[in-house]
Design a protein around this ligand. Structure first.
Ligand code: SF4
Ligand code: SF4
Length: 143
């Protein structure tokens, strides 16, 4: 039978190690920020908030078709746009959007695009953005 040796336990070593770790971090700059007063760093390539140019949208529905989780739904908005005779424009649900950017890539007129803006939840009671709201900056979107 193989004899398993118990490791030697030195009293208080674990506690001292814990105290050392706490002490070491007491004098370091915190990595968390006081959001929303302080903004966290966002990488240059990060994108989230989708914008739409209704004048450029031709209502082709391609963005709706390529969205992998049905975050885009085409709705009718009556407006005078000779390029969009069916008056179909995308509405986006940011609650389910996974920022895959398929809609941006497929759009033939670059009417729909993602931006560096990342805050949406603070200004609305739901995550659905109508085509008109997708045209506005976040501060302009009705609360
Ligand atoms: S970024 Fe992707 S998930 Fe979000 S609305 Fe566009 S296609 Fe859908
Ligand atoms: S936003 Fe672009 S892809 Fe979507 S319906 Fe309009 S033109 Fe087509």
């Amino acid at each position: 039978m193989i004899e398993v040796k118990e490791p030697k336990r030195i009293p208080l070593i674990g506690s001292l190690q814990g105290m050392y770790t706490v002490f070491k971090h007491l004098f370091k700059k915190p990595i968390t920020v006081q959001y929303p007063e302080e903004k966290a760093y966002t990488p240059a390539r990060f994108k989230f908030r989708i914008f739409l140019s209704m004048d450029d949208c031709v209502g082709c529905t391609l963005c709706e078709q390529v969205c992998p989780n049905l975050s885009i739904r085409m709705i009718v908005v009556e407006r005078n746009n000779p390029h969009n005779k069916r008056n179909l424009y995308p509405q986006v649900n940011f609650g389910t959007c996974t920022v895959c950017r398929n809609c941006e890539e497929i759009c033939p007129t670059e009417a729909i695009y993602l931006t560096h803006e990342l805050e949406t939840a603070r200004t609305k009671n739901n995550f659905f953005y109508s085509p008109e709201e997708l045209q506005k900056t976040e501060s302009e979107v009705k609360k």
